[in-house]
Design a protein around this ligand. Structure first.
Ligand SMILES: [Zn+2]
Length: 295
């Protein structure tokens, strides 16, 4: 696949936070005691951009994450950070249409916080090791765009590829859909093969699959297609990423042994199967992991 070079990135869905691009220019974002993201943060971020423009040197080598220059699909074809932004637009465009067709009410758009270094969320401190996550307390998706090269392809050994980024973003937005549906409030058991936690994660994989099915129909604000030429190979890369983040795979890489009693996300086989189910059936109902014992 590639992004339509003419597709325009809607930056209103993205919040970029930067600790600086290296070289000692790290600027921590101070947060109020409660960790609530408020006006203070916005002011600091704007301040940082202004300082950057005046000094011209902060952040160094033109990384899109530090200067937020992602504007088009052509940028997204060149940069993982810009791909995160455009996938965010694609996933939210998908749900804006698909959600009200299946559920009461409208899809409620949220923001992806793309950060470098570390940042605060209403769910606690996040850094590159945290991995991408959805925070229900402030309803934002958090992600360090170095995750894909350093963690997913590096430590977790996935093949990577652009569509794997899409899978990860769509999985996190799947949690937001679950939040809207009231599913996140039902988590009581957090570990084990039939735990609520595993159900929530597999459901998010399935919802990511539903997006993958409709991804080529998603459009930017001007009506331009966002994604072009999606192939079976791309889908395989998304599936490969889903496998790489399976609990059994991660446990094997860590301790060598596999213990389903401590599963929180589901096995590689389960994650792939639920992603595939979402992709073939394409409905929220088909992704209901709470109404089945066959996980
Ligand atoms: Zn998840």
């Amino acid at each position: 696949m590639r992004f339509n070079p003419k597709a325009r990135i809607d930056q209103s869905q993205i919040e970029t936070r930067s600790g600086g691009g290296g070289g000692g220019s790290r600027l921590p974002i101070p947060m109020g005691g409660g960790g609530k993201i408020g006006l203070g943060t916005v002011v600091i971020v704007i301040l940082f951009v202004v300082i950057q423009q005046f000094t011209g040197s902060v952040g160094g080598g033109g990384d899109a994450a530090t200067t937020n220059t992602c504007q088009t699909g052509a940028d997204a074809n060149r940069s993982d950070a810009c791909a995160v932004d455009l996938f965010t637009n694609s996933v939210q465009d998908y749900w804006r249409t698909a959600y009200p067709q299946q559920e009461k009410g409208a899809y409620e758009p949220i923001k992806t916080v793309r950060f470098q270094g570390s940042t605060n969320s209403a769910c606690g401190q996040a850094d590159a090791n945290t991995g991408p996550f959805y925070c229900p307390n402030d309803r934002k998706v958090y992600l360090d765009s170095s995750f894909f090269k350093d963690m997913l392809e590096g430590q977790l050994g996935a093949k990577g590829g652009t569509f794997a980024i899409g899978y990860v973003i769509a999985h996190e937005y799947g949690h937001h859909i679950e939040d809207q549906l009231g599913v996140l409030g039902r988590i009581k058991t957090t570990q084990g093969p039939k735990s609520d936690s595993v159900r929530v994660e597999l459901m998010a994989d399935c919802l990511a699959g539903a997006w993958a099915r409709g991804a080529q129909q998603t459009k930017d604000a001007d009506g331009n297609a966002i994604i072009e030429g999606l192939t079976q190979e791309d889908v395989k890369l998304a599936i490969d990423a889903a496998e790489a983040v399976g609990d059994d795979r991660i446990q094997k890489r860590g301790s060598g042994g596999v213990n389903p009693d401590t599963f929180t996300h589901g096995s590689a086989e389960q994650r792939v199967r639920w992603f595939d189910r979402g992709m073939t059936q394409g409905t929220i109902k088909a992704c209901d992991t709470f109404s089945t014992d066959k996980l």
